[in-house]
Design a protein. Structure first.
Length: 72
């Protein structure tokens, strides 16, 4: 992952994720919070960073594809 994507995740994606209500997923988050040790928690956070940043990039690419297809 590029330095920009790491910065973008830390400053925009992660704060946005923190604001999303967890409702139906609360038990899963609770399970993680209560069962992961320090190393597990660090691994979880890195995997979340990777998947969230790449999902954002995928969304950008899909949006560009839709824009190109709809403008034709």
């Amino acid at each position: 992952m590029t330095d920009f994507m790491k910065w973008f995740y830390a400053h925009y994606i992660q704060p946005g994720l923190a604001e999303i209500p967890k409702e139906d997923y609360a038990s899963y988050f609770s399970f993680l919070e209560n069962n992961l040790d320090k190393n597990g928690w660090e691994a979880y956070e890195k995997v979340l960073e990777f998947t969230a940043a790449h999902a954002f990039a995928l969304g950008v690419r899909v949006g560009q594809g839709f824009a190109r297809d709809f403008s034709a």
